[in-house]
Design a protein. Structure first.
Length: 115
């Protein structure tokens, strides 16, 4: 069994979209003992989410590039893929920790067409 440190609990709360005053139940849940495999997977997911955030930032910095060395680039597809993977990892994290996702910054809001 393993426990998250206070810093790790705060990062988990932030990643899952919780505010400090509202998250007392979530804070208690995240402060309990977890099996070692859940603890290890949660830390890997946090690292993966950090990597996705870095890639999204990089994609925003290079979004003006549409072609490179005769290769067409699709900024929208790349960002959609990163956000989809971030959303999947966030849902997995919430599931293994038995909490809900309060806010998902990776959700893809596509415009709805009604015709």
């Amino acid at each position: 069994m393993a426990n998250f440190t206070t810093t790790q609990v705060e990062k988990l709360e932030m990643v899952l979209g919780y505010n400090a005053p509202i998250a007392s139940v979530v804070h208690s849940q995240l402060s309990t003992n977890f099996p070692q495999v859940v603890y290890d997977r949660a830390l890997v997911i946090l690292d993966d989410l950090d990597a996705i955030n870095a890639k999204l930032k990089e994609a925003m910095d290079t979004s003006y590039v549409t072609e490179s060395r005769s290769t067409k680039l699709s900024y929208a597809q790349h960002v959609r893929h990163l956000k989809s993977e971030g959303s999947r990892l966030l849902r997995e994290l919430a599931h293994i920790l038995c909490v809900a996702v309060e806010y998902n910054p990776y959700s893809i809001n596509l415009p709805k067409v009604y015709w």
